[in-house]
Design a protein around this ligand. Structure first.
Ligand SMILES: C[S@@+](CC[C@H](N)C(=O)[O-])C[C@H]1O[C@@H](n2cnc3c(N)ncnc32)[C@H](O)[C@@H]1O
Length: 265
């Protein structure tokens, strides 16, 4: 098993149930899919949104999921196959989608726009492949200052691993500004753009297990791989200690704040 596959599995087993599945339910509630719609999950990762769409709306229409990582797609596809879900999986960059114009009715994109190197290009591509009147529903993490779990993790990494590892967490929060998001969507041709800051109250029954798992699943696992066990232990302990008010005895409860963007083609 390669490191990249290990990362995708850790992401799926630790982070998806706690963070990405609750957000997928929130996005679906706002997207409100209609019968017969062709839905795109852009930058699907291990398929949290894809599975939520399939569970709630698959019988209504067709479903396509795209990611540029073969490893993330591999985990997504095997979970969907196990569940008997019918999904078209496509490995592609968001800025070069291999689809005809006007193909999709609805596109969902969860916690990925901040990582696209060519954000205007990716949104122009999405505008092209959506049909007129098609909808885009995105969520993008807000800043570390309002996301105490990620802040605790970034601080622990900065102190015990180094600036590069801390920057990997900060990158998750690198597109926090609602006005800048609105400008990006407007620049790509979208209209009726609504940006709303949304807070989900997320939890895990075992904070220590989450802290250890999250260190290996948030683009930080590779930064920890070269460290001695004791250094990893120190970083995980510092992460846990930094969680402060988010700790309730053994368990963890934290606000997770993101901008949700709903826009029309
Ligand atoms: C934090 S994960 C979110 C995955 C998924 N949407 C979820 O909710 O679990 C970000 C995803 O964006 C994908 N990604 C990053 N840049 C991309 C690009 N330029 N084109 C396509 N996918 C990209 C990554 O491979 C990764 O799967």
């Amino acid at each position: 098993m390669s490191d990249a596959i290990t990362f995708a599995h850790r992401y799926q087993s630790v982070l998806v149930p706690v963070i990405f599945e609750p957000w997928a339910r929130e996005l679906m509630r706002r997207a409100d899919p209609r019968p017969g719609e062709h839905i795109l999950d852009l930058a699907c990762g291990t398929g949290a949104v894809t599975r939520e769409v399939a569970r709630r709306a698959h019988s209504l229409g067709r479903l396509t999921a795209v990611d540029h990582s073969a490893e993330m797609l591999g985990v997504a596809q095997s979970l969907a196959d196990e569940a008997g879900l019918d999904v078209e999986w496509v490995e592609a960059d968001a800025a070069a989608l291999p689809f005809a114009d006007n193909r999709f009715d609805l596109a969902l994109c969860q916690q990925a726009l901040q990582f696209f190197p060519d954000k205007p290009g990716a949104l122009r591509e999405l505008w092209r492949v959506l049909r007129p009147e098609g909808r885009a529903v995105f969520c993008v993490q807000r800043e570390l200052a309002v996301n105490p779990m990620l802040k605790a993790q970034a601080d622990a990494l900065e102190t015990h691993v180094g600036a590069e590892a801390a920057a990997a967490v900060a990158a998750i929060c690198s597109l926090p500004d609602g006005a800048a998001l609105k400008d990006l969507f407007e620049g790509a041709g979208f209209r009726d753009i609504k940006v709303e800051s949304v807070t989900l109250d997320l939890q895990h029954p075992d904070a220590a297990a989450f802290a250890a798992g999250a260190m290996g699943g948030m683009h930080t696992g590779d930064k920890l791989a070269g460290l001695a066990d004791r250094a990893i232990d120190r970083a995980v302990k510092a992460f846990l200690a930094g969680l402060g008010d988010c700790l309730d005895g053994r368990s963890l409860r934290f606000p997770h704040v993101a901008n949700v963007i709903v826009a029309m083609r």
